[in-house]
Design a protein. Sequence first.
Lengths: 308, 347
Amino acid sequence: MGRYVLRRLLQLIPVFVGTTFLIYWLVWAVPGDPFAGKCGERRCPDAYIDKMTELYSLDQPLPVQYFKYMSNLLQGDFGTTFGGQDVGALIAAAYPNTAKLAVVALLVEALIGLTAGVLSGLRRNGFLDNLVLVSTLFLLALPTFVTGFLLQWFLGVKLGVIRPTVSAEANFSELIVPGFVLGSISLAYVARLARTSIAENRRSDYVRTAIAKGLPMRRVVGIHLLRNSLIPVVTYLGTDLGALMGGAIVTEGIFQINGIGRTAYRAIVTKEGGTVVSVVVILVLVYLFMNLLIDLLYAALDPRIRYE
Amino acid sequence: MIRLSNLSVSEPGYTAGAGASRPLLEVENLFVEFHTREGVAKVINGVTYDVRAGETLAVLGESGSGKSVTAQTIMGILDMPPGRVAGGSIRFHGRDMLAMSAEERRKIRGEGIAMVFQDALSALNPTFTVGFQIAEQYRIRRGLSRGEAKRRAIEILDQVKIPNAKQRVTEYPHQFSGGMRQRVMIAMSLALDPEVLIADEPTTALDVTVQAQIMDLLAELQRDRQMGMILITHDLGVVADVADRIAVMYAGRIVEQANVHELYANPGHPYTIGLINSIPRIDEKGQELRTIKGLPPNLMRIPSGCPFHPRCPRAEQVCTQQLPPLLQVGPTRASACHFAEEMVSRG
Ligand SMILES: Nc1ncnc2c1ncn2[C@@H]1O[C@H](COP(=O)(O)OP(=O)(O)OP(=O)(O)O)[C@@H](O)[C@H]1O
Ligand code: SF4
Ligand SMILES: [Mg+2]
């Protein structure tokens, strides 16, 4: 087990270096002068260009730039923006909000998606099953921004039960509707995945055995059926957390949440390469660690899987 | 001639084993059908059999004859839909289980009637230890504490002769060999000390070398606990050693029922003759097996008259028109063939 984790951690290194280098290269190799439009209509002063060039080693070959940048980053130095702002502070302000939003989205997915999926999987073709199928199809068909604007308008403007935008503190209660919007598509997937999984396992031999043992139906479903059916769902939910954080850009825009998505968006528009790379590097890290965690959880749920 | 169902109970010599007055489990005139997209498959068409305490009834028949579906209907684990019980009764201690509430039926499972499945690998839950799966019966059904339930689980694993039961109780099903896993399955079915045990081809998924061991174990446990056992099998060879009575099934009906020795010595139905002739014999080594020609019928279009007539070497005109009822043709024997009495008296 310990050795397995160590090996997996070591495996993360090349993946981490590969992905981050790719991002670094993409960001800094975008066609166009990184200083274009930075200083209003005029060309930037040479002194400023020189300073920035040195700071980001822009005159060096790309691998050297990357190496210097990463070694700073690993020491906790995210660098500064062209405007002189500390990128680390920028991220520190935005990240918790996105993390909160993603966790809310994940909880919504897990609670609503799983419940709907399990119930409809148990009674295939019943009323509830049809309701779940139709409503998840609805969620799948609507792009996030449509769901977002729709709910913002309906709940926020028309009914006035929520504030249309999220305050700077971004409390959990304010994040429920944005979280639902962010997780809506995955929620539909979770519901359908759970439904199929439950319906498949419902007819399996070991469920029959559990019934034949005279266990109450509650226990047959809640213990024997659920444990096995949850395995694919849990895997999906885990990998989804990373995707949710990366995909928060639209939701954060609609509800004006000061999160990582908006920070990245602004940085891309203003060609703040350093900020873009930092944001993405952290996203990659989260994603990789979540994957590892899910593999471990997977093995905990299914004892046939061995760490080797 | 008298109908079997009226006679079987009082007929002397009909029971082997303990001469209890009334069978523990009586299946009578059971009908089960499956409603599928292609049509209605009439899978069970009037099955009647019973089993008493201390007695082993072997149920024999080709694949698809309805042996497992009958067992599943008794256990209440039939897939419904597509399955549907279309008639008949299943009485346990004289009470019709098909008329009971779901809760009453549940309480009979495990404690009254338990089942050993064919493939222990798929029948055991892969994600829980064998100890958990056995102990939960003691915890849920008997209200024992975790520790006490575990102790009992080890005890029952010991009884089915699993070496090192104390260590193995915390292992998962996939960590056991096929034979040991089937022992776990047996232990699990015996946990609540059932009165009737249904074993559905308990050895077919196993290596030939361990098949005999598992069969011996089952026979021994059945004897020690004086259980009624319904042993479902294709294997006529196995049956001779362990069963008291045999019921032969064809197309969802019992076509012959008799004491083991009588049935072997003098089969009273052409289908039984076919089955016995298809057993490989040592003295006929090298010769081709005489199998029954043709295939079992399509259960959506069962032939008129005697369902066996298209394959029967003895069939006559009457067979294509009249369904032969299962009738008593000897003190311990019933057969569903128009010529049963002739066949039996000649033998
Ligand atoms: N869930 C189901 N849906 C549809 N048909 C079924 C179902 N279960 C069983 N059947 C049909 O019922 C018939 C009898 O099946 P059953 O399993 O009882 O046969 P069996 O005598 O046990 O055969 P085997 O020796 O192969 O186990 C078969 O034709 C089978 O196709
Ligand atoms: S009734 Fe006729 S067809 Fe059926 S088994 Fe007897 S002889 Fe054969
Ligand atoms: Mg079967």
